[in-house]
Write a protein that binds this ligand. Structure first.
Ligand SMILES: Nc1ncnc2c1ncn2[C@@H]1O[C@H](COP(=O)(O)OP(=O)(O)O)[C@@H](O)[C@H]1O
Ligand SMILES: [Mg+2]
Length: 467
């Protein structure tokens, strides 16, 4: 059933529901008609038998009674299906038709109405005991049902014959309707099938019907937009990555070729090898960064989060940062709190994040400048800031510094050797901790990079700060 096309399934359901409905209708209509026939006949019988009872009550002698019944105009006009007996079953009066079609002497002496067919004709028989002159008479009055039953049978025949035809017609209508209703779905399917990586920017035509199909098309278009964006990012990333890798490889190749062009002194060879080794080191760290971002994208780079003291993490990164700063004659200041600040984090990743920020601060701050690292907890977050008095970042570059491969002034940045991946990695680390990273900067005055990481939980920090 599930492998059939939807419109066939809808039609089948439609058919099943209709067939059940028709059958129920038929059964109910049939019994309701029969019930109402019995009701009408019974009322008639009740009315007529009153006349007979009055007559019996007037005359109580046996012979006289039979005669009276035979003579009574009213009774003869109303019904000739009448019989009267005593409780022992001896006839007092029996009309001609009753002796032909009617039941035998009554065994029941209580009031009752039953349907019987003692002979050729189905009868509705009303039995009534009447007391008169100290005797009991059992009066039975009957009404033939054959005409009614024939009408009922005709009705049943019509129902049986017309139902399949009606069902067939209705199902064909249902099929047509479901085809019509599902046609736009086929349209959407066809359009969606034609979209591939080559034309990810094409979109489905949205029907402005305000219904489920419009919502479906819009949802699919939204999904396409997200896919296109992700696809673009990946393509861009691959292109940038290969470009970044090609440069140092070409450089190493040139160095080696130049060195081999003619015989050289051992010192010259050593020099070339040293330069190539330096290039190689830069290239492998670039590859490492690229792989980290690729793992982050695919969601396979998992953090080992434990409860750690942020003061220690930042302090460790500062040890290295201070060394970097001092070789460039930059003043390095730390403003770290005494009490611990607990967070759920991966200490290696966090150290890496702060080294990225400190490395940038040193790179983009001239000698005699100042770098300040501070840490505090506020609003349920650990807030760390790396502040420098360096060259700053132009306002139009600020929104892009966290983008992959972005470098503000490309020529100058290449001199300092970065690939523009540091802050992308830093941002990923902050976000993987449920935190954020922000930048404030003024060209010529310096920059502030602010990292916020949620605290490990209120009570743990309260306990932690008491220790
Ligand atoms: N402290 C800073 N001062 C000025 N510019 C900065 C600073 N940190 C980052 N930038 C700018 O942001 C760009 C991206 O930084 P990053 O992702 O670390 O790449 P990289 O350092 O490899 O160039 C840098 O090229 C630089 O232009
Ligand atoms: Mg950097």
């Amino acid at each position: 059933m599930t492998s059939l096309p939807l419109r066939i399934r809808i039609t089948a359901w439609y058919f099943a529901v209709l067939a059940t409905g028709f059958s129920l209708f038929g059964v109910i209509a049939f019994y309701a008609m029969r019930g109402s026939i019995h009701e009408t006949v019974d009322e008639n019988l009740q009315d007529q038998i009153q006349g007979v009872r009055e007559l019996i009550e007037r005359t109580s002698g046996k012979a006289e009674l039979a005669h009276d019944l035979e003579q009574d105009e009213e009774i003869r006009a109303g019904s000739d299906l009448l019989q009267v007996s005593d409780p022992a079953g001896n006839w007092i009066y029996r009309s001609r038709t009753m002796s032909l079609y009617g039941p035998g002497a009554p065994r029941e002496t209580r009031t009752s109405i039953t349907t019987q067919q003692p002979n050729a004709v189905p009868l509705r028989v009303l039995t009534l005991p009447v007391q008169a002159g100290g005797k009991t008479y059992i009066v039975q009055l009957a009404y033939p049902l054959d005409d009614f039953y024939e009408a009922l049978a005709r009705f049943r025949r019509v129902l049986f014959l017309s139902s399949p035809l009606l069902l067939l017609l209705a199902s064909a209508g249902g099929y047509w309707l479901s085809r019509r209703a599902l046609a736009p779905v086929d349209q959407i399917t066809r359009e969606a099938r034609s979209i591939s990586a080559q034309n990810l920017s094409s979109r489905l035509v949205v029907p402005h019907t305000g219904d489920e199909l419009q919502r479906l098309s819009e949802t699919l278009n939204g999904m396409l937009a997200r896919l296109e964006q992700a696809f673009r990012r990946i393509t861009q990333f691959t292109a940038d990555a290969s470009h970044e890798l090609r440069t140092p490889v070409a450089l190493m190749r040139t160095r080696a070729e130049v060195a081999l062009r003619r015989p050289r002194s051992e010192e010259e060879y050593r020099d070339t090898l040293r330069q190539i080794l330096e290039d190689l080191q830069r290239t492998s760290s670039l590859i490492e960064n690229l792989m980290l971002l690729a793992r982050a994208d695919s969601g396979t780079e998992a953090l080992q989060r434990t409860r750690i003291n942020m003061v220690e993490s930042v302090g460790e990164a500062c040890l290295e940062g201070r060394t970097l700063a001092e070789t460039k004659q930059i003043i390095f200041l730390e403003e770290l709190p005494e009490s611990p600040i607990w967070i759920e984090g991966d200490s290696n990743s966090l150290r890496r994040l702060f080294l990225i920020l400190l490395d940038n601060a040193v790179k983009y701050t001239p000698p005699q400048g100042r770098i300040t690292v501070s840490l505090r907890s506020s609003d349920g977050c650990a807030v760390a800031e790396v502040r420098d008095t360096g060259i700053g970042i132009a306002a139009e570059d600020l929104p892009h510094v966290f983008e992959r491969f972005f470098r503000a002034d490309r020529a100058r940045s290449r001199e300092t050797g970065g690939a523009g991946l540091g802050l992308s990695i830093g941002q990923w680390i902050a976000q993987a901790h449920g935190g954020t990273i922000r930048v404030f900067s003024k060209p010529g005055e310096g920059s502030v990079f602010q990292v916020q990481i949620p605290l490990a939980g209120e009570e743990e920090n309260a306990v932690g700060s008491k220790q």
